[in-house]
Design a protein around this ligand. Structure first.
Ligand SMILES: [Zn+2]
Length: 188
């Protein structure tokens, strides 16, 4: 069982003073001091410490009671305080929840926009590919480079007349009448 505050100080103080009262009368006959000396000694060594202890216990008890009273008075305020704190925490929790929801909505919107952009890019690419294909169908492919070497440049030729057999030098693509028989000579 828990004793009230200061109980043991008071109890020991009383016991100490009483112990002096029991011991001192028994030592009275043997001691060389007079009754006055013994009473003074009892006051100094037993009564004073005992009373001090009792006073200390009383103060302690009183302090304890004040503290208790103070706590009792504060109790409603403490309760109110705790309620306010709980309310605040609740509001904070709600705020956090709202922020979280807003963030989630923002994230969803961002993802949606990203998806939209990707789809648009894919559509644009597909259209570009289709356009490229159509252009390729319309314009014929460029002719392959010819593998035959270019014809050598034409040179003057010595031709014999089919009419008289006279020889004549003709320039490329030139045609002349034979100066002997009048036959037309053609460069070929
Ligand atoms: Zn001729």
């Amino acid at each position: 069982m828990e004793m009230a505050a200061g109980f043991w100080h008071k109890a020991i103080g009383v016991l100490w003073a009483a112990l002096g009262l029991i011991i001192y009368p028994n030592t009275l006959p043997q001691s060389g001091y007079g009754v006055d000396g013994i009473i003074a000694s009892w006051i100094v060594f037993f009564l004073f410490p005992g009373v001090s202890l009792i006073c200390f216990g009383v103060r302690k008890h009183r302090r304890f009671k004040w503290k208790q009273k103070y706590l009792d008075e504060q109790e409603p305020f403490l309760l109110q305080f705790r309620l306010e704190i709980q309310k605040l925490e609740h509001e904070q929790e709600l705020g956090r929840e709202e922020r979280k929801q807003a963030e989630e909505a923002e994230e969803a919107a961002r993802l949606g926009a990203e998806k939209e952009a990707t789809l648009a890019a894919m559509r644009a690419e597909t259209e570009a590919a289709a356009r490229r294909e159509a252009t390729n169908r319309i314009t014929p492919p460029p002719p392959p480079p010819s593998s035959t070497p270019p014809p050598p440049p034409l040179m003057p030729k010595n031709i014999s007349c089919p009419g008289c057999g006279a020889r004549k030098v003709l320039q490329p693509m030139q045609s002349l009448e034979c100066e002997y028989c009048g036959t037309v000579l053609v460069y070929s």
